[in-house]
Design a protein around this ligand. Structure first.
Ligand code: FES
Length: 115
């Protein structure tokens, strides 16, 4: 089922907005002008509200020569700081841990999430 969760202009680039979709708490991350990802607001470790954690760019490369991964962000859980790649929902330290993801897209200036 497709849910309209709001006007794209209300979603800050590089940030997360937590919305309620069909009774579930979902974090919508706007990683670029018209690229959004949606993750369940629940950490797979012990169930913290993951999307209330720190959000930042995915940094790649060597120390001293670090570059930002295009169109991706990392969210760090507020409880024990596990970090997850927003585009895949997978933990950086071990990809077998993953947050539930939902399809999200921009349609005519609106953000749409599928459950
Ligand atoms: S509950 Fe998220 S890292 Fe522990």
């Amino acid at each position: 089922v497709t849910h309209d969760v709001g006007d794209l202009r209300d979603f800050r680039v590089g940030g997360v907005t937590v919305v309620s979709v069909g009774g579930r708490s979902v974090g919508v991350f706007r990683v670029a002008d018209d690229t959004v990802y949606a993750l369940a607001n629940r950490c797979p470790h012990m169930g913290a509200a993951l999307c209330e954690g720190h959000v930042g760019p995915l940094l790649t490369g060597r120390p001293g020569k670090v570059t930002s991964g295009d169109d991706d962000l990392v969210v760090a859980c507020p409880w024990h700081h596990w970090e997850f790649r927003v585009s895949s929902g997978r933990a950086l330290f071990d990809e077998s841990y993953r947050v539930r993801t939902y399809r999200a897209r921009v349609e005519r200036g609106r953000v749409v999430v599928e459950l």
